[in-house]
Design a protein around this ligand. Sequence first.
Ligand code: T3D
Length: 260
Amino acid sequence: MFETIHYQVTSAIATIVLNRPEKLNALNERMTHEMLEAFNQAAQDERVRVIVLTGAGRGFSAGQDLEDLQHRSDDVSIGDHLRRGYNALVLLMRTIEKPVITAINGVAAGAGMSIALAGDFRLASDRASFIQAFIRIGLIPDSGSTWLLPRLIGPTRALELMTTGDRLSAADALAWGLVNRVIPAEEFEATVAAWARRLAEAPTRALGLTKRAFNQALTSTLAEALEVEAVLQDVAGATADSREGVQAFLEKRAPVFTGR
Ligand code: T3D
């Protein structure tokens, strides 16, 4: 059904693989729309409790396909292209109430880096690297980088990366707080799978509500954040998983969460 990505659901884990390895998974219009479709499917599929996004081959994604950009019709402005594609995708990744792991197997450049940053958990192979490539082609950072990057690594380092277009290694990305873990390439797939399994067995509703509260708090006052916590805790406290968590604690056994 998809041409530029692979999508599969196994054991509550939806895996989306960007699949144009010969171009380091550069993003053409079709791929962006297929990603949107896959994330929407995963959001709506009740079996899915975690979503993993990764790339085939040696790249995660080299960002906008520049051949595609060059041959694009003049009828669509860059701004409209962003609004319809990357903006919608990044917003969806940040607001889906299921955890999203971006498993960054190789280079993530331009919009490919922005999409990598939009994951709730960013796991990098030791072969990964990060490039705010926009400036190299006379563009400004887009697809959420201006918002996400300074929040992750601070304004000083973010502006340096954005204005130089220098490559950031996986090791520096870890030291700067851009990724959660750096994993040796040989162990990458297994480690990502273990993270995904752990999240798939967690109380999904509480994870989703945590994500909502966390994201809202990034732009709110303390008073607003406290109120959001109170409202969402009502919802979390009424879930079957919360009842199971308390019961399991009292019975001195491991909880079995079902995601409800
Ligand atoms: O309107 C809008 O949509 C605006 C939105 C913009 C958002 C953006 O993402 S702007 C930034 C776009 N991305 C770039 O500028 C990055 C371009 N790529 C590179 O600079 C390099 O490829 C990398 C530094 C990422 C990796 O370098 P390297 O040496 O490891 O690989 P390579 O040899 O450059 O690339 C391998 C192949 O992929 C090569 O094809 P070939 O020669 O083997 O046939 C290369 O042309 C192709 N490729 C890599 N990136 C792109 C690409 N083809 C099209 N578009 C790409 N972005």
